[in-house]
Design a protein around this ligand. Structure first.
Ligand code: ADP
Ligand code: MG
Length: 478
């Protein structure tokens, strides 16, 4: 190679050299935010292996070890990642990732010390990116939830069929509202989001909105504070497909429910589709406006039951396939026979096995599976919810549960309410704001005050024994 050629090559290198130093700085800023929000082990498993490669035009390019990591991050940490990007880059931030999958045939070897950003694999899924810019209508849907990867089984057949019909003709069937109910981790969120994703993709309707009753409530409360309730309501009235998850959360929140009731009516009148999920059937949603419950019967309510063994096996096999994991059938059968009531736990089991295998270099054996299944059963024992605490405390004091969420200042109710809040802080990961919302939309400062009152009372011996026996009951009931 002559001198001029070398010179040209060097200048070219300069021009197309990825801006690694800047990428590292930007990623470092993101990491700081991420670390504040997740545990050390999770950070180590999912974020530490990410390598920043380039930063250009508000776009950060990173390398991620495998499909599975990306899938997991996308499902569990999407919001956090967006937040970190927004914070360290700004509104126009974009994240492009490439999968560092050495097994893939199409991997292009790095040339001239440059990492090829495009074409890591021909599949376009590897060039997906996250955009923070919110100028478009934000649907809040997670693309992961689709009909394609929702396994049909006896327990969910009817719900799935109804969801499918609605997805093909939103507002055009008699299933309006579509009300899907059932226990935790059985696929309600998956199914209602699948409807949204399918509508977006196949039908020329853009304003599809997914939210949770909790988020709706928080936004409503915020809008009162900011004097913008009208904007809040008007916004919801412009939506074509409104999907609200976990509406049992509306119980006892009168003015939020009232606002929702009016939005519901006006959307329904316009022939817009409404899709709701709940952990109970409409008739058991005590503490919710009767008028609203009767509206739910206008459409179709359908339940999801726990999956049978064959469905559980099918779901696990499908997950292994998407994660690119090879696990022998004996192990799959063991997990499916021992985790029976909750698909989220089935999935959690796989993730844990994978994490152990990749972090500690353990081989995926039946023994390892047994260990993990056992640890999941233990986690379950200690997962206590705000609802369970409210139920136990109101039973203990023999008062109606609604009183915990009501405005009454009667001494006995106030005390039961304070004790419940104290346990919510102690036993759940809920924020003060969330706890307040579960108690009739109280402010976080009220929650702090309640917790302090209980802590002061703990100086009295008599009170300590009350608290201890409530605590035992909570632990037993959960
Ligand atoms: P719920 O909202 O009822 O608590 P989710 O919809 O969050 O439950 O489901 C929990 C997990 O199980 C999700 O990751 C979801 O993708 C998965 N899942 C649930 N049902 C199915 C199914 N039939 N096929 C495949 N995955 C499922
Ligand atoms: Mg859900």
């Amino acid at each position: 190679m002559n001198k001029i050629q070398t010179q040209i090559q060097n200048s070219l290198k300069e021009i197309i050299k990825p801006n690694t130093a800047e990428a590292q700085n930007v990623w470092k800023a993101c990491v700081q935010i991420i670390k504040d929000h997740i545990g050390g082990l999770s950070f180590k498993t999912w974020f530490e292996p990410i390598i920043p490669i380039d930063f250009n035009n508000d776009t950060l390019t990173v390398k991620i070890p495998n499909d599975f990591s990306w899938e997991y991050i996308e499902v569990h940490y999407n919001t956090l990642l967006k937040k970190a990007l927004l914070h360290s880059i700004g509104e126009k931030a974009k994240l492009v990732y490439i999968i560092d999958d050495k097994k893939s045939e199409d991997v292009t070897e790095p040339q001239n010390n440059f990492v090829k950003i495009k074409n890591v694999r021909s599949s376009s899924s590897h060039e997906r990116s996250i955009e923070v810019d919110s100028s478009n209508f934000e649907t809040h849907l997670n693309e992961k939830f689709a009909f394609d990867n929702f396994i049909k089984g006896e327990g969910n057949q009817l719900a799935r069929a109804a969801a499918y019909a609605v997805a093909n003709s939103p507002g055009g069937t008699s299933f309006n509202p579509l009300f899907i109910y059932g226990g935790v981790g059985l696929g309600k969120t998956h199914l209602i989001q699948a409807i949204g994703n399918s509508v977006l993709k196949n039908i020329k309707v853009k304003r599809v909105l997914y939210t949770t009753a909790e988020k709706f409530t928080m936004e409503y409360v915020d809008s009162i504070r900011k004097n913008s309730v009208n904007d809040f309501s008007s916004f919801y009235r412009t939506v074509d497909v409104l999907i609200i998850d976990d509406i049992q959360f509306f119980a006892g929140k009168e003015s939020t429910t009232d606002t929702f009731f009016h939005i519901f009516n006006s959307l329904h009148q316009l022939g817009k589709q409404i899709i709701l999920s709940s952990d109970k059937p409409p008739k058991s949603l005590s503490g919710l406006d009767e008028r609203l419950i009767s509206r739910f019967h206008w459409g179709l309510s359908v339940d999801i039951q726990p999956p049978d063994l064959e469905t559980r096996i099918a779901i696990l096999m499908k997950k292994c396939e998407t994660f690119g994991l090879e696990i022998n059938t004996e192990i799959i059968e063991y997990i499916s026979s021992n985790i029976t009531n909750n698909i989220r736990e089935l999935e959690g089991c796989l993730v844990k096995i994978l994490a152990l295998a990749s972090l500690e270099g353990k081989e995926i054996t039946l023994e390892l599976a047994k260990e993990v299944v056992k640890s999941i059963a233990t986690d379950r024992k200690f997962s206590i919810t705000i609802e369970q605490i409210q139920k136990t405390v109101s039973q203990y004091f023999e008062i109606p549960e609604d009183m915990l969420r009501s405005k009454t200042k009667k001494q006995e109710f106030v005390r039961a309410r304070q004790i419940s809040m104290y346990f919510c802080k102690k036993f759940t990961n809920a924020s003060l704001k969330t706890i307040g919302l579960h108690f009739g939309g109280r402010d976080h400062s009220t929650v702090i005050h309640s917790i302090q009152s209980v802590e002061e009372m703990l100086n009295e011996e008599k009170f300590v024994s009350i608290i201890n026996s409530i605590q035992r009951k909570i632990e037993i009931n959960s």
